[in-house]
Design a protein around this ligand. Structure first.
Ligand code: AMP
Ligand code: MG
Length: 420
């Protein structure tokens, strides 16, 4: 019998480039206007330019007295307090030889050029200026001290947020601080997810002989939600060609992307590839990475002639988790006009040996220790989900590279990989 030639493995970089190229024509263009209040985690479709200077006027960063530095040539100088300026109140122009009582955030009156903090002043009761008394200033001020200048944070017209940026809590605060009450964001990517495998059962049901619980369903849905997608869960699809085709066809109609788990090997129970070929077009790759070698990428036709993207992930729980973080994330980010490369890895010290590296690029599950190094999880098998729960991150290890205790390795924190 003739065995088919084993196909050469595709490098992960090449696979990522093909994912980006395949996803780019499907880029999401629909936008929606949202209240800034509701926009957390969304991707900006239009940048935000400041409509104003921030702060809008000079204001004080201390409770104290606003005055002219030249009026206090020596410590102990006494000035009449002519006005009181709490935050939110606009004072009068400062008369020479007077001071204004002022509170943090209060607008510095015209004519004043310094604030002396109250700890360096003594309030003196007196009849002068409407009962506000006077103040003894016990330090000699420098012009400009404790004044936050108009436009010091942001100048009017300056870009403060950019299209393609994900809206973090601090970005929402920035938008608010320049007066943007509404933001134009991309609509969320719509992702349909299903698992294949006749052995899969849902937690809550008693496990029948030969069965396992479907963990990928929870992991992948969670990853989709964490990445800001509208996730549709299509459950478990039986290991049959007709059922797999029907699931793909249904999912394609209302989704940008279909993600499946399992059934992407080339066994006779693996129906994803033939089903996808019948309903569209699909490439089946062997990627030089571990875990997560087999991956399917293609597109499923819709009745109107357009298509939905398809990524078929391997079934092993750690493989599907990691290939989502790398491959599906690249697709989702491309769909939203964001750069698809991996986050920058951090050089970290390995406090472990890894003396029998694989020929493929490996993503090892590791954890930070108290000594500032990395520990390795003992069992790196692609079926051991415990490793992914235990880990803080992954070591991105080049093909065939042994690691010795003390070596510097490339660390990718899970906190950077999830929810990008
Ligand atoms: P497959 O890619 O379908 O050959 O599956 C590879 C391995 O992953 C098998 O041991 C499956 O039982 C397991 N597996 C597949 N899908 C899931 C799932 N949704 N949850 C947990 N394990 C799975
Ligand atoms: Mg299977």
């Amino acid at each position: 019998m003739n065995r088919p030639e084993p196909r050469p493995l595709l490098s992960l970089d090449e696979a990522m480039a093909r994912l980006v190229a395949g996803a780019a024509p499907h880029r999401i263009t629909q936008t929606e206007a949202l209240s800034t209040f509701e926009a957390l985690g969304r991707v900006l479709a239009q940048g935000v330019n400041s409509a104003l200077d921030v702060p809008p006027e000079d204001n004080t960063s201390m409770d104290g007295y606003a005055l002219r530095a030249a009026d206090v040539p020596q410590p102990g100088t006494v000035l009449a307090v002519a006005q009181r300026i709490p935050a939110g109140v606009v004072g009068q122009p400062l008369q020479a030889g007077t001071a204004a009582r002022i509170f943090t955030g209060g607008q510095v009156p015209a004519g004043a050029d310094a604030v002396v903090m109250q700890e360096q002043c003594e309030a003196l009761p007196g009849e002068a200026a409407g009962g506000l008394g006077s103040v003894r200033v016990n330090s000699v001020p420098q012009a400009g001290q404790w004044i936050r200048r108009r436009g010091e944070d942001v100048q009017r017209g300056a870009p403060v947020l950019h299209a393609g940026e994900r809206l973090t809590p601090q970005a929402l605060g920035m938008a608010a601080s320049v007066g943007a009450g509404q933001l134009t964001v991309l609509r969320r990517p719509r992702v349909a997810i299903f698992s294949t495998g006749d052995e899969l059962m849902m937690p809550g049901e008693p496990l029948r002989p030969g069965a396992i619980y479907n963990s990928n369903r929870f992991v992948l849905r969670g990853l989709a939600q964490a990445a800001g997608c509208e996730a549709t869960d299509l459950g478990i699809v039986p290991d049959r060609l007709d059922a797999t085709r029907a699931a793909l066809r249904q999912a394609a109609e209302h989704h940008d992307l279909i993600v499946t788990s399992g059934g992407v090997s080339v066994g006779e129970e693996d129906h994803l590839k033939p089903a996808a070929q019948a309903e569209g077009q699909v490439d089946h790759w062997q990627i030089a990475m571990k875990p997560g070698k087999p991956l399917a990428f293609g597109a499923i036709r819709r009745p109107d002639g357009t298509s939905a993207l398809l990524v078929g992930l391997p079934g092993n729980p750690v493989s599907s988790f990691i290939t989502w973080l790398l491959a599906v994330t690249a697709v989702l980010r491309t769909l939203q006009g964001m750069s698809a490369g991996l986050p920058r890895g951090l050089p970290m010290r390995a406090d472990f040996d890894w003396l029998k590296p694989d020929k493929r690029r490996e993503f090892l599950r590791v954890r930070l220790n108290a000594e500032g190094g990395l520990e390795l999880f003992g069992n790196q098998s692609s079926g051991v989900l415990t490793s992914a729960v235990w880990a803080d991150g992954l070591v991105d290890n080049p093909p065939a590279q042994a690691i010795r205790r003390g070596d510097s390795v490339c660390f990718l924190p899970l906190s950077e990989l999830v929810a990008r």
